[in-house]
Design a protein around this ligand. Sequence first.
Ligand code: DGT
Ligand code: CA
Ligand code: CA
Length: 633
Amino acid sequence: MSLISIKTLITDTIKPTTARWATASPCAVTMQDTCRQAAVGDKFAHGCGWADDTGVTAMRMGNEQIANALDEIANLLEIDNANPFRVRAYRNAARTVRGLGKNLATLVQQGRDLKSLPGIGRDLAAKIEAMLDTGHMAALDELHKKLPASLEDLLRIPGMGPKRVQTLYHKLGIKSLPQLERAARSGRLRELPGFGSKLQQQILDAIAAHRVAEVRWLRAQAAVYAEQLVAYLKAIPGVNEVVVTGSYRRGNETVGDLDIVVTAAKPDPVMQGLVAYPDVKQVVSSGSTRSSVILGNGLQVDVRAVKQHSLGAALHYFTGSKAHNIQIRRLGQKRGLKINEYGVFKGKRLVAGNTEQQVFRSVGLPWIPPELREGDAEIDAARRGELPKLIERDDLKGDLHAHTQATDGQASIEEMVTAAKRRGLRYIAITDHSRHLTVAHGLDVKRLLRQIEQIDHINEATKGITVLKGTEVDILEDGALDLPDAVLARLDLVIGAVHSHFQLPRNKQTERILRAMDHRYFSILAHPSGRLIGARQAYAVDMERVVGHAAQRGCFLELNGQPQRLDLNDTYCRMAQEQGVLVSVNSDAHSVAGFDNLDYGIVQARRGWLAKDDVLNTRAVNTLRRLLRQTLL
Ligand code: DGT
Ligand code: CA
Ligand code: CA
């Protein structure tokens, strides 16, 4: 298992169905510069922020950092045996902050009273404002003094929530991973309530995996930090371009570090500005044109300053992938060209390097989108003139997967519909959970019928967007659906989802899913592999059969845009495309901010070579309705 930072796992291991990154960053950096400008503009309006001891610019706390601090307080309080109501208050506040469609700092600046937000009283409002002001939350600093820092390492172990850490700490005095490992080996854990031998083995496995694991970050998680640093670097006098390259620009699901290319009149102020960035915890190396630092959360950042005439070559080189670069360099060699991060050279003469287009043109290729640069098939496709025209966010006409307060969402139907409309969507399907998923307060027949009626009323009163009636119905162990036909018949679409029995043998799991797909009202298979990146493996399933069956039966597969799911992965997207199965790029939003997931879903679809026509929800609503009707058996 790859290890995502501590903060991801804390809440997901407790309740994987409400993946914490579902509503990750309220303004994610996407590949489009326009979006980046807009997002950064909203987030970094001047005049407020951390003490600016660099003289370069002031920086601001994002919602994500505040939510992380609130969650951390909740975890530490719980470990500290605090009153459960207090713990819950912090956790609810973190949820509110994370699901908020707007930047908190901006709200405060506009004079909004934070107490008007759900779950935020006077005390929490003051704490949040203090954090916006100083970068710290005193309550968290105090807990850090009171409890050993190594306790937080224990939370990284899958299956280990604050409650279990509390038991370990108070009953056995365990406060670090080595102590935990010793206790697990000696069998002492089994004496504790809630610690069976299965969990004991799980802990040993996780500790072993942890030792060799490479620390990686969800791309969406790194985006928050990338955006802030980009805005900071852009404000340094003399700086022109600041681009995050590497796996981040290629849109990988996870990133090992951030690789930033900067062009500037002179490199010195860039290097000095970087090491003076308030969130730098450690300077790994600092040179005249390249430096590496580690941020407060442990994320490494490599920054290179290059001359303007090398920008294209540097972008190409540092975007990678390594495999792609090697192939391009070989093509260059065949033409007597040397290609490196400074440019394309014929002998000593620089022949290209200003733009990426020039670099590609020098080896006879059109520009290749970063998401395709994995050294698989993109160079052949480019040579043959067969690069796909990749889907873009604006191609999406609607979203077919969203939750409301009726189950585990945070907003009402009306709020979700308004937010979807504001995002430029022409339709949105409300797909709350079904009764089997009790942790999410799933809808039974009666409640779903009431929701159907409610949606009819909302549709009558709403212009510019159509609300579709749906469900995310549990696929039961035997492949039956969790709601009766009589109610499914009244919906516009039925999304089937596996939320239980992840451990079935491969053949059984596959048969279970195929049987569900054969249900007469089945429309879309949700998050087909069931993985949670960094926290849970995909269940064993024959995805080739699933895709083949979808093609035969005539139903659709979801690409779930939650940053921790991104499920379908890129390979399965291509498999679906080859079989002619339309993919639905969905947000699975649990709050108004959750529509950001569409951006992440689109990046993943692009990595899967999908074009507009390969995606179901690029269709206008009437065509969509026709396609959905065709899935009925
Ligand atoms: P990551 O950080 O593990 O998520 O993945 P990348 O792709 O961002 O890898 P990283 O940070 O090691 O390097 C950034 C880019 O720099 C990489 O995608 C391609 C380029 N690069 C790094 N090392 C080499 C190399 O040895 N040869 C070539 N041709 N390119 C390299
Ligand atoms: Ca990297
Ligand atoms: Ca790097």
